[in-house]
Design a protein around this ligand. Structure first.
Ligand SMILES: [Zn+2]
Length: 280
């Protein structure tokens, strides 16, 4: 297995929304914000080569929306999606599988691009199968008032039309050494990869634990659809990760790429923090 991690871009988001009921007096001690209360998040994607598969996990915001949208999101830094792949020796057509943890726009937007022929949209990775949980797919298609901004139809409908969608029904080993578990608190059918890499196990918890600051059980995003489920799912994954010395890889943390866990009087917390390049 070959595995790598890269940051597509940074973006800005309201700090209060990212930390839910946690007062700013507390979260601002551990996560930097600007004068507008905005914080920087990364968009780290995994690329995994296993068996015959070259898998890209999550694709960032993409570039289909208008200038006003991207002014609001404020993308800056990072390697870019295609450039990040190129920097690691991959062309878009090399990718055999695009794994989407869920269909919120900052995770799946780059999977679909405006068609080169003019009108309409097409898959950005033309040889890839696109993997989404069936629960998340049906949830996003149905849409709802809380998540409507997260599911712009130009991200969702062309995926269905592509004929390349593989809907995952159950937790299993999707690719050699690459298993998934399902979560429902952030959004129904969020998929979390658990990857066996030699002696190590790497977890990519996505929006269940977006930054190292979200390890404490009640430090959760306002975006979560069902907070109590998030807490239960997080507790279970953190315990399993602590017991088995898993490495957590954070998709959104501007400072911390990876950590191991330790037990403290306050509960499970980050122990060692390190770069992804230190484990591969
Ligand atoms: Zn999300």
């Amino acid at each position: 297995m070959k595995i790598d991690l890269f940051n597509i871009a940074n973006f800005k988001i309201d700090g209060g929304a990212m930390f839910g009921v946690v007062p700013k007096a507390l979260w601002s001690r551990v996560y930097r914000s600007d004068e507008n209360n905005l914080i920087d998040l990364t968009l780290r994607s995994l690329i995994v080569e296993t068996g015959k598969h070259k898998i890209l996990a999550d694709t960032g915001w993409g570039d289909k929306q208008d200038e006003k949208f991207f002014r609001h999101v404020n993308l800056h830094g990072g390697e870019g999606l295609l450039q990040g792949l190129k920097n690691r020796g991959y062309e878009p057509e090399d990718i055999t599988d695009v794994f989407l943890t869920h269909l919120h726009a900052d995770h799946c937007g780059g999977a679909i691009v405006k068609s080169k022929t003019g009108t309409g949209y097409e898959p950005a990775f033309r040889n890839a199968t696109y993997h989404v949980s069936r629960t998340q797919w049906e949830w996003a298609l149905k849409n709802n008032i809380r998540e409507a901004d997260s599911y712009p139809e130009e991200n969702i409908l062309p995926l269905g039309d592509s004929g390349r969608l593989n809907l995952i029904d159950e937790e299993n080993e999707l690719f050699p050494g690459f298993s998934v578990i399902f979560c429902y608190g952030h959004t129904p059918g969020l998929m979390i990869p658990i990857i066996k890499y030699g002696e190590k196990t790497i977890v990519y918890p996505g929006d269940l634990i977006p930054t190292v600051a979200h390890i404490p059980l009640i430090w959760n995003m306002s975006y979560d659809i069902e907070s109590l489920k998030t807490i239960d799912e997080k507790e279970k994954l953190l315990k399993e990760s602590l017991d088995n010395n898993y490495i957590l890889v954070f998709q959104h943390d501007e400072n911390v790429e990876c950590c191991t866990l330790g037990l403290t009087p306050k509960g499970i917390r980050a122990k060692d923090k390190f770069l992804f390049s230190e484990i591969v």
